[in-house]
Design a protein around this ligand. Structure first.
Ligand SMILES: C[S@@+](CC[C@H](N)C(=O)[O-])C[C@H]1O[C@@H](n2cnc3c(N)ncnc32)[C@H](O)[C@@H]1O
Length: 234
């Protein structure tokens, strides 16, 4: 069985991540929760937000860090955590076995029928994937979304100097290639997704947490530590 890059990092993934983001003053769970909260808030403004029993795909879910938050913000949803790393999936299942199903991906064809999910979510996955593969994989995610289904791609923002430093100094980011927000938005469009929105996130560290209430006015400023692109299958 072929080992993937994250098989060797899976056991120490959380500790490495925690060390790498210590300048932010936050734990890995803070970054996991803000993403799912953003998704829930954005979806609440769409028809999908009114559907209680969503089928959710956590694409590249790793050791399952987002799973408890997907269940917290979407309590009636069925969550599928998918990854190419078998070791990550084993750990995810040990941590959150009852909260999701854990599915291996061969990196080529998603093992699901067309139109299986209402929501797909990829948190800091695409910078670990060869850029030449992005449009093909995004189209594959589009295939398994239902009509009007929504995809959220969260990524590190290469224009933020602290993010760029954190990625350069992180062991599991050794082979990572960050993607600018406009480029990622273009790739989603090339994959056939529509109604694209790009929003920049995470402007203030824990020490300036009182300023975070201003972040919703800054989502067009391309300097946040991360961004997301939201898109729909038309
Ligand atoms: C930085 S981790 C992020 C994990 C999780 N999304 C999180 O927020 O904690 C990147 C994950 O992407 C996975 N990955 C890499 N290439 C992939 C691919 N082609 N398809 C799906 N997942 C992939 C890795 O195995 C790893 O678990």
């Amino acid at each position: 069985m072929q080992e993937t890059e994250f098989d060797k990092f899976a056991d120490e993934y959380r500790a490495l991540h925690e060390r790498n983001i210590r300048l932010s003053g936050e734990a890995p769970e803070y970054f996991a929760e803000y993403k799912v909260k953003d998704v829930a808030e954005a979806l609440a403004r769409t028809a999908a937000g009114r559907k209680p029993d969503l089928d959710i795909l956590d694409f590249g879910g790793g050791i399952g860090t987002s799973v408890p938050y997907l269940r917290k913000y979407f309590p009636s949803a069925a969550v599928t955590c998918l990854d190419v790393s078998r070791r990550s999936l084993t750990l995810a299942a040990e941590r959150f076995g009852g909260l999701a199903r854990f599915v291996h991906f061969d990196g080529v064809t998603l093992p699901f029928d067309d139109c299986s999910f209402d929501l797909a979510f990829a948190a800091c996955v695409f910078h670990h994937i060869d850029h030449d593969e992005h449009v093909r994989l995004l189209a594959e995610i589009r295939r398994v979304l239902r009509p009007a289904g929504t995809l959220f791609v969260f990524e590190h923002n290469p224009l933020n100097p602290l993010t760029a430093h954190a990625v350069r100094s992180c062991a599991f980011d050794e082979n990572a290639h960050m993607i600018g927000g406009p480029t990622m938005k273009r790739r989603l469009a090339q994959a056939g997704l529509a109604r694209l929105k790009l929003k920049y996130r995470l402007f203030f560290p824990h020490a300036l947490a009182s300023l975070r209430r201003l972040e919703r006015y800054l989502t067009a400023v391309p300097l946040g530590a991360q961004y997301y692109v939201m898109a729909q299958k038309s």
